[in-house]
Design a protein around this ligand. Structure first.
Ligand code: NOJ
Length: 567
């Protein structure tokens, strides 16, 4: 062990933006920003667009060097589902900034070679959206049939209207709400304040697609489609078959409330708008579904999140299994995504550490090894703000929680409070962690004094420095971006995950030790005339070389990436 690796980006001159080509969505790295939690510039405790502009250096070529940012919803919203309940899909929420701020943000990103991906919540609106306000008034207004309205199935013994079918809401309770003015129920998969649009009505599709064109005109490079496989429901609104299950949701076979056969054609029509411009991508959020289901809906330019990696415990066997299943499902022609955390799920640094019962003691070590893994696997990595610091979930007391479904927990509806993974980004050790001079909308993590961007930038051995090193190496080697992946079968220790990436340029070899003790492995031969040269890893001192036939010792939670160099 001996070669020192520089930890932080070179100071002084700005690095030039590396703008990948039209296939940036396949080769690049996306960074998810939860705008309310990124940086607050007006002191109201809520992050805003100027806050993102202020911190573009952290994201651009002088910092992490990501290729795109995905902004969780930025549209006007009453905020009951924290932005996923929209009242105008074509505008910026004044809470987050002005229209001009948005245009400056796009400009600032593009100057740094960063693309901008917006979160499109097109399945439903807020019940305060003008379309719905109109729709619920009567059965013959301009928007009367823009939402999913159905007559009651009858009256119950007390004379109350009975919902049209047995569907339940993902956020607990039934999926139908009665509107006396129309004498009908409307459907909602999520909160009752998030009525479902009727995508079988061509006027809805036309309005939504016009909005999409508008954002493209403003320079947006791509979209994340919120719960896109729910857009269409069974034409006849049949009840779902029942089965055994622990919760109201799992007691149904969800045959009729999402994943309908006409979805692929709808995605095709959406894609044809994006395809009129070069290099515009989309990524669909698969709402409850399998990896195979995600793969089936993936087309060129349109990625689909699968949830294979986001639930696995910290074990080489578990991740080997996940990679195998994903590779089988996606095959050579479909491109997967890599997601370990997002705004709906526990943060992976604390989740993975807890999965081996070790808690905060190993959180940083695991965060670094997981970073190497997620940035070298086959697929487009989506990083979640704060993961580059090794941040973990924060225990938010119920009276401070801002996650509506968490208020309605029953034995039939268990819920993980999502506030825990949405807390403010810590930028410095100052009061308010450099996030806000006011009272943050959600409490700060208890460890922000040490776990913040400034402190970690100054420490070559921090999680952040590890991310920066890894991202910079990834940019250098094409095989790590869009090469094929081949898992190594037997390398001598089952607690080590190993794989090769082959594509344009030198081949790469990745080794990740999952265990708390040292692991001894043997590495495969590189191609003829080449030797494995370690280029980045979790630890600052890398092995000089990895020679096939000579045992290689990895330290606890050590990950090393090597490339095949001419010997
Ligand atoms: C999926 C989003 O990721 C989640 O945050 C939101 O609550 C639901 N869609 C409803 O919009």
């Amino acid at each position: 062990m001996g070669v020192e690796v520089s930890a932080a980006p070179a100071s002084g001159a700005s690095a030039a933006p590396t703008t990948l080509g039209e296939d940036w969505w396949r080769r690049g790295v996306v960074y998810q920003i939860y705008p309310r939690s990124f940086a607050d510039t007006d002191g109201n405790g809520v992050g805003d667009l100027p806050g993102i502009i202020r911190h573009l250096v952290h994201l651009g070529p002088d910092g992490l060097g990501v290729d795109a940012i995905w902004l969780s919803p930025i549209y006007p919203s009453p905020g009951l589902d924290v932005g996923y309940d929209v009242i105008d899909h074509g505008a910026v929420d004044p809470l987050l900034g002005t229209e001009q701020d948005f245009d400056h943000l796009v400009e600032g990103c593009h100057e740094r070679g960063i693309r901008v991906i917006l979160d499109l919540v097109m399945n439903h609106t807020s019940d305060r959206h003008p379309w719905f306000i109109d729709s619920r008034q009567s059965r013959d207004g301009a928007h009367a049939d823009w939402y999913i309205w159905r007559d009651p199935a009858g009256l119950d013994a007390n004379g109350r209207p009975v919902p049209p079918n047995n569907w339940v809401s993902w956020f607990g309770g039934g999926a139908w709400e009665y509107e006396p003015k129309r004498g009908q129920f409307y459907h909602h998969t999520f909160l009752k304040e998030q009525p479902e649009l009727d995508w079988r009505n061509p006027a809805v599709e036309a309005a939504q697609f016009a909005m999409v064109r508008g954002w493209l005109e403003r320079g947006v490079d791509g979209f994340r489609l919120d719960t896109f496989n729910v857009f269409l429901k069974d034409r006849d609104m049949r009840s779902n078959p029942r089965r055994r299950g622990r919760t109201a949701w799992t007691r149904q076979v969800h045959l009729h409330d999402f994943d309908q056969p006409e979805l692929a054609a709808l995605i095709g029509r959406f894609r044809s708008i994006l395809d009129k411009k070069r290099g515009r991508m989309s990524v669909g959020e698969l709402f409850v579904g399998t990896t195979e289901g995600a793969a089936a809906l993936t087309v060129d330019g349109h990625l689909v999140f699968d949830w294979e990696l986001i639930t696995r415990p910290w074990s080489a066997t578990a991740f080997r299994g996940a990679i195998l299943r994903r590779e089988r499902a996606f095959g050579d022609n479909r491109w997967p995504t890599i997601v370990l955390s997002n705004h709906d799920q526990p943060r992976h640094a604390s989740r993975l550490a807890a999965s081996i019962g070790d808690g905060p003691g190993v959180q940083d070590a695991i965060a670094k090894a997981a970073a190497i893994m997620s940035l070298t696997m086959r697929g487009t990595p989506f990083l979640y703000y704060g993961e580059e610091l090794g941040s973990g979930d924060v225990a938010v007391p119920p009276d401070e929680s801002i996650d509506e479904p968490a208020r309605h927990v029953t034995p039939d509806f268990p819920w993980w409070d999502r506030s825990q993974s949405r807390t403010p980004m810590p930028w410095s050790g100052e009061p308010g962690a450099g996030f806000s001079t006011g009272r943050p909308w959600l409490r700060l993590a208890p460890d922000v004094a040490a776990r913040n961007v400034a402190a970690e930038s100054a420490d070559p051995d921090s999680v952040l420095s590890c991310y920066r090193r890894m991202l910079s190496v990834r940019r250098r080697y094409r095989s790590l971006q869009d090469g094929e992946i081949a898992l190594l079968r037997s390398i001598g220790d089952p607690t080590v995950l190993g794989y090769r990436r082959t594509g344009e340029g030198p081949e790469a070899l990745v080794l990740i030790a999952f265990g708390p003790g040292s692991a001894v492995v043997s590495v495969p031969e590189p191609e003829r005339g080449r030797a494995w040269r370690p280029v980045v890893g979790t630890h600052l001192d890398l092995p000089e070389s990895l020679a096939p036939g000579t045992p290689v010792t990895l330290r606890p939670y050590e990950a090393v990436v090597s490339v095949a160099s001419r010997s």
